[in-house]
Write a protein that binds this ligand. Structure first.
Ligand code: PMP
Length: 410
């Protein structure tokens, strides 16, 4: 079978692969604890369901305008005014099948072969692969001090005449940190001055804790939407717990939205009407659903941080938002005879039936990403099992499901 070099160079999505492994183990009756998956457990907002069901019951389920139905765009315009203090026109918005497709469409629209895109580590796994898929070159910038906060001087150094865009995700998947407002101010100014697109992936922007806020890039530019280099990507997957509905959007200048619309027209035609109706229902319905989810995640964050403190050699940066946390497990690699985070993650799945995602996938070897989007019980049990598997001073015996296991490797 012949396949293109580019296609062969694209790695699979580790999180989706882990989900599949966990599903298969569960199907075999194994009591797997999932600290890998990035989706909240809540039911979809009732307003989303009703809006979608109302559309379905008309039986009139057809193509829509490529860039999204006008009523959803109206809801997104309102959302942008309420949350970003920006007035945008329908022509500044394209609705896509998830924020993932938003980012891909956007990169497709702006990248020439060999153009560079700066990605800040730790980063969401899909950014580098998507950049490669449009023949661009991902340029990874790592905080030198091992913190999760990028430094402007490193970004300046990484920028070249080929730099077309910088992708920024705050609060950040996988670290959970929020980038400080003065950093956002500096990077906006840098991008506006240099003519580099600043792609703000705001998919978690309201899942923030302890009274923190994720300051939008728009706050630091006086340029209007047609002239600013700041582009916003958002969607309903995370804030409304609607991962399965696959609706996201981009806010950008009109010519860019027009080009992205042409691209989308040739690929998917449009996002499915029932899902657009659901997103509209979520955006126009009671926004307390978002606050409830935020409160649940803040509580879960407190629980996981508390539990992780019982693993004595772990370094944990307390997440300020999202539903992820990325502790430094390097001190435990030897205990498990793992050489790296992939082996450690496999070890924990095999021995303790706990799913984690290796830090390597996010550009941080030696770390594991843990999701606390699940239940408090799962978080507590998952960390207890990890402690048992890794810490020689923890009790040798544990019950996993109804099986008593005795640790014989430490
Ligand atoms: N950006 C980030 C940082 C994400 O974590 C995710 C989902 N894991 C997405 C974008 C994609 O979201 P969607 O479900 O809307 O495609």
């Amino acid at each position: 079978m012949s396949m293109s070099q580019l296609a062969r160079s694209i790695v699979d999505s580790p999180t989706l692969r882990l989900n599949e492994q966990a599903r298969l183990l569960r199907e075999k009756g194994q009591p797997v604890i999932h600290l890998g998956i990035g989706e909240p457990k809540n039911k979809a907002p009732i307003t989303a369901i009703l809006s979608s069901a109302a559309k379905l019951s008309t039986g009139d389920i057809k193509y829509t305008p490529t860039d999204g139905i006008p009523s959803l765009k109206k809801a997104i315009i309102q959302y942008t005014e309420d949350n970003y203090n920006r007035c945008v026109a329908p022509e500044n918005i394209i609705v896509t099948s998830g924020a993932k497709q938003s980012i891909y469409n956007l990169l497709f629209a702006i990248i020439e072969p060999q153009d560079e895109v700066i990605i800040l580590a730790p980063y969401w796994v899909s950014y580098p692969e998507m950049v490669k898929m449009v023949y661009g070159v991902p340029v990874i910038v790592r905080p030198e001090d091992g913190s999760f906060y990028p430094r402007m001087e490193d970004i300046r150094e990484a920028a070249s005449s080929y730099t077309k865009a910088i992708i920024l995700n705050s609060p950040n998947n996988p670290s959970g940190v929020i980038y400080p407002a003065d950093f956002i101010a500096e990077i906006v100014e840098f991008c506006e001055t240099k003519g580099i697109y600043l792609i703000m992936d705001d998919i978690y922007h309201k899942l923030v804790f302890d009274g923190n806020i994720a300051v939008p890039g728009y706050a630091f530019t006086k340029k209007d939407i047609e002239n600013t280099k700041v582009i916003v990507v958002n969607g309903v997957s995370k804030l409304y717990g609607m991962t399965g509905f696959r609706i996201g959007w981009v806010i950008a200048n009109r010519p860019l939205v027009e080009v992205m619309t042409n691209i989308q027209a040739q690929i998917t035609s449009n996002p499915a009407i029932l899902l657009q109706a659901a997103a509209e229902g979520a955006l126009t319905g009671m926004q307390s659903v978002v606050e409830n989810l935020r409160l649940t995640m803040e509580n879960n964050r407190n629980v996981i941080v508390q539990e992780l403190k019982t693993l004595r050699h772990l370094r944990v940066v307390e997440p300020e938002g999202t539903f992820y946390c990325m502790p430094d497990f390097r001190a435990y690699l030897r205990a498990s005879s793992a050489k790296n985070s992939v082996e450690l993650s496999n070890f924990l799945l095999k021995k303790a039936l706990v799913v984690t995602v290796p830090g390597k996938e996010f550009g941080m070897e030696g770390y594991l990403r843990l999701s606390y989007a699940g239940s408090v019980k799962d978080i507590k049990t998952g960390i207890e099992r990890m402690r048992w598997a890794l810490d020689p001073e923890s009790p040798k015996e544990i019950y996993i499901g109804d099986r008593k296991l005795i640790r014989d490797w430490l």
